[in-house]
Design a protein around this ligand. Structure first.
Ligand SMILES: Nc1ncnc2c1ncn2[C@@H]1O[C@H](COP(=O)(O)OP(=O)(O)OP(=O)(O)O)[C@@H](O)[C@H]1O
Length: 265
């Protein structure tokens, strides 16, 4: 008997969403983490698959970097953070700070295993955090996920033109590979003063929204550069639980709500 069913371990995963960014450091993993927590607080069953093999930062951001994963008959058992399930390459390394110096085929094989061999159980949404850019890893993720289903991608950019130019390439990648673009998130959009909580546009603003208009994609919303958010992810604390009255909290919750609505249609 095939205990995993036709769609394997993703049989009971209702929605699969990729999180992409054109370049590194724009806050893709931070946005993935906060979206996952926002969906969790909205009562959803959420999983996160961290396939950013060279920079797996989500276990640290969720405060579980010292955890180990175990095997069961159906595959790897993801690490649970509250009710959130997480699988990351970081859990398989002896030293999470070790650099992964692997050639493409080895990375591709591991991604294949990641996609098919994690015992997720029932999930409303699985967020897949990918490496920056468009690489062999992305194609491997898609090839493996497409045996199941990909509901779409969320693209993360900073407001500056150089980042949005990179996201334009991600958009082309999605179009060529047939992945629906669920929307664009503009991260680090203005700076929240830790003293007076006023938000100032220290760099340009609105690049993500502009890009969404230009490319006919949905704009999911913007998240400011907030020192309290970076401190929370650095310390592995749930920002949404710690600062529920902040403007940053509201912006993340609104993005999560808009994403859920997009996924329902
Ligand atoms: N909105 C924000 N406010 C404050 N700090 C942020 C915000 N977004 C991201 N950061 C900080 O920026 C740094 C980079 O974020 P993150 O690791 O999420 O980027 P990334 O795009 O996933 O990078 P890479 O793909 O290269 O791993 C982190 O230190 C994170 O705390």
């Amino acid at each position: 008997m095939d205990v995993k069913g036709d769609r394997g371990n993703l049989e009971k995963v209702h929605r699969v969403v990729l999180v992409l960014s054109g370049k590194g450091g724009v806050g893709k993993s931070t946005i993935t983490t906060e979206l996952a927590l926002a969906l969790l607080h909205a009562g959803k069953k959420v999983g996160v698959l961290d396939v950013d093999l060279c920079g797996p930062s989500i276990p640290h951001m969720l405060g579980v970097s010292k955890h180990e994963v175990h095997q069961c008959d159906a595959g790897w058992v993801p690490v649970c953070v509250e009710r959130l399930s997480l699988m990351s390459i970081a859990f398989l390394l002896d030293d999470p700070d070790d650099a992964i110096v692997w050639r493409g085929p080895k990375k591709t094989a591991l991604i294949g295993q990641f996609v098919s061999d994690v015992a997720w159980g029932e999930l409303d949404v699985l967020l897949v955090d990918t490496p920056p850019g468009t690489s062999d890893e992305h194609l491997a993720v898609l090839e493996n996920l497409k045996k199941h289903r990909v509901d779409g991608a969320v693209l993360v950019t900073t407001p500056q033109a150089v980042s949005t130019g990179d996201v334009r390439r991600e958009i082309t990648f999605c179009k060529k590979t047939g992945v629906k673009i669920l929307g664009i998130v503009e991260n680090m959009s203005g700076f929240v003063c830790p003293h007076c909580t006023e938000c100032t546009s220290i760099f340009s603003k609105g690049g993500g929204e502009e890009l969404a208009k230009l490319t006919g994609s949905k704009f999911l919303g913007s998240v400011p550069l907030d020192p309290l958010l970076s401190a929370s992810v650095e310390e592995g604390r749930d920002f949404l639980q710690a600062f529920p009255n902040s403007a940053t909290y509201n912006s993340i919750r609104d993005i999560a709500d808009t994403l859920l609505t997009s996924l329902e249609h």
